[in-house]
Write a protein that binds this ligand. Structure first.
Ligand code: SF4
Length: 181
């Protein structure tokens, strides 16, 4: 049987959504008969998704120029794109900086508060240029399904993947699978 390829990747967030995904626990064994993770919660930092992926799962908000590149790359390479977590849905926790502005938030974090890089606002190109406004993923690319929550429940991940494997693309989650934080 040809396996469905699934890839995950990270934007601005805390990795809690990936951890919740892993809480699928033994049900992942059932999934493994039908899916192949080309990049997974444990490997995606080292292995960006390849072309021809069926389902892409993106965690985190669009916070900087690097996040924009990653989101566009996932959209190009995946037939179905799922945004998971409140951060990917509407900006979530990282979007709190919108209340004060990026420059003020960076100054507060690195210049006015004790930090490991005391007195310097990091500006390595590898980090990406901070955007003035933090947003959800759909402000940059088309999203096919949102799984909100902080983090979403493992049951919500399992439901979405089970539906996709059955050839159905859910538009919204059943109400009992929503997480309200
Ligand atoms: S939605 Fe919550 S758990 Fe997921 S990345 Fe954002 S802060 Fe972390």
């Amino acid at each position: 049987m040809k396996k469905v390829k699934i890839a995950t990747d990270w934007l601005g967030g805390c990795a809690g959504c990936h951890m919740s995904f892993l809480d699928i626990d033994e049900r992942v064994v059932k999934l493994m008969d039908a899916v192949e993770f080309t990049s997974s919660p444990l490997t995606d930092l080292k292995h960006p998704p390849e072309d021809g992926v069926t389902v892409g799962i993106l965690e985190g908000a669009i916070c900087n120029s690097h996040n924009v590149e990653v989101a566009k790359r996932m959209r190009e390479r995946c037939q179905i794109l799922i945004a998971v977590g409140d951060c990917a849905t509407f900006g979530g926790v990282p979007a709190m900086r919108n209340l004060v502005g990026t420059e003020a938030a960076l100054k507060r974090a690195y210049l006015e508060t004790e930090s490991v890089v005391e007195g310097i606002i990091p500006d390595s190109p590898e980090l990406g240029k901070p955007l003035e406004t933090v947003t959800g993923v759909d402000k940059v690319v088309k999203v096919d399904l949102f799984i909100p929550g902080c983090p979403p429940r493992a049951d919500a991940f399992f439901y979405a993947l089970s539906e996709l494997l059955a050839g159905r693309t859910p538009v919204v989650l059943p109400p009992e699978l929503f997480t309200y934080d």
